[in-house]
Design a protein around this ligand. Structure first.
Ligand code: CTP
Ligand code: CA
Length: 229
């Protein structure tokens, strides 16, 4: 379904897609964030609308036009993303976590702007881990038949290849599908193209050659659709 007019094979399905990068406030003017553009998540939302789904897009700090036909919920932090995704996931047939949630947040947020000290010293920022939304969705399933999809951008390292790490992440997260980007050769942030391998908890391995984010989105929905009961 990657070219031409897609078939409406997601008609009657409610799908939730998260996109963008969350921000954790340090003070009224500063945050910890990441460079996720949200483009892959938006492409997923547009593709699902085109295939007939009811789509909720939970968007974290994106600067992209709202996909026509999708319900867009805007969030800033990982905690807000969690609340919005969990509430949209109740009653959803699929949840795709394309967002890049900040893994850590400052333990305290200053209500006033943090000022420089005269002695040249710098403040220490103590972080704590954010909740893992994908893990929570996958391990406390309120919709046992919902198909849950994660994303992972990996570089291989001494402990294993990209696919080894991805396979371990899929098992650790407990999701049904994991879309893996090999970012060893440099980041893909903000790019129009994507290249990926889609791994299934059922052992499936689908290699998606370099192509548009729209094309990858359609392959992901094909894989989700194949797992609907
Ligand atoms: N994810 C999530 N909640 C988090 C962090 C990540 O739901 N707090 C989701 C992402 O949206 C993505 C998947 O988990 O779909 C994998 O994200 P990734 O950052 O690769 O996983 P982490 O468990 O955070 O591992 P790492 O230490 O490699 O960052
Ligand atoms: Ca992470």
């Amino acid at each position: 379904a990657s070219g031409g007019t897609p078939i409406a094979d997601l008609t009657g399905r409610h799908v939730v897609v998260s996109a963008g990068g969350t921000r954790e406030r340090l003070d009224p003017v500063r945050f910890l964030g990441n460079r996720s553009s949200g483009r892959q998540g938006y492409a997923l939302a547009r593709a699902a609308v085109a295939r007939g789904a009811e789509v909720t897009l939970v968007a974290a700090n994106t600067d992209l036009p709202d996909p026509a036909g999708a319900k867009v919920v805007r969030v800033e932090s990982t905690a807000e993303l969690r609340d919005a995704v969990l509430s949209a996931a109740a009653g959803a047939d699929a949840v795709v976590m394309a967002a890049a949630p900040a893994d850590f947040r400052p333990v305290t947020t200053s209500e006033t702007k943090i000022k420089k000290a005269d002695d040249g010293s710098a403040p220490a920022i103590t972080l704590e881990q954010n909740p893992d939304i994908l893990h929570e969705l996958s391990t406390h399933r309120t919709q046992p038949d919902a198909v849950i999809v994660g994303f992972a951008a990996e570089t291989g390292d001494a402990s294993g290849s990209v696919l080894d790490l991805a396979r371990a992440k899929l098992a650790r997260k407990g999701c049904d599908l994991l879309v893996v980007n090999d970012v060893s050769g440099g980041a893909v942030f903000g790019s129009d193209d994507n290249e990926a391998v889609v791994l299934g908890a059922d052992g499936a391995v689908v290699e998606v050659p370099r192509g548009s984010k729209a094309a990858l989105a359609h392959v992901i929905w094909d894989q989700v659709h194949a797992r609907f009961r």
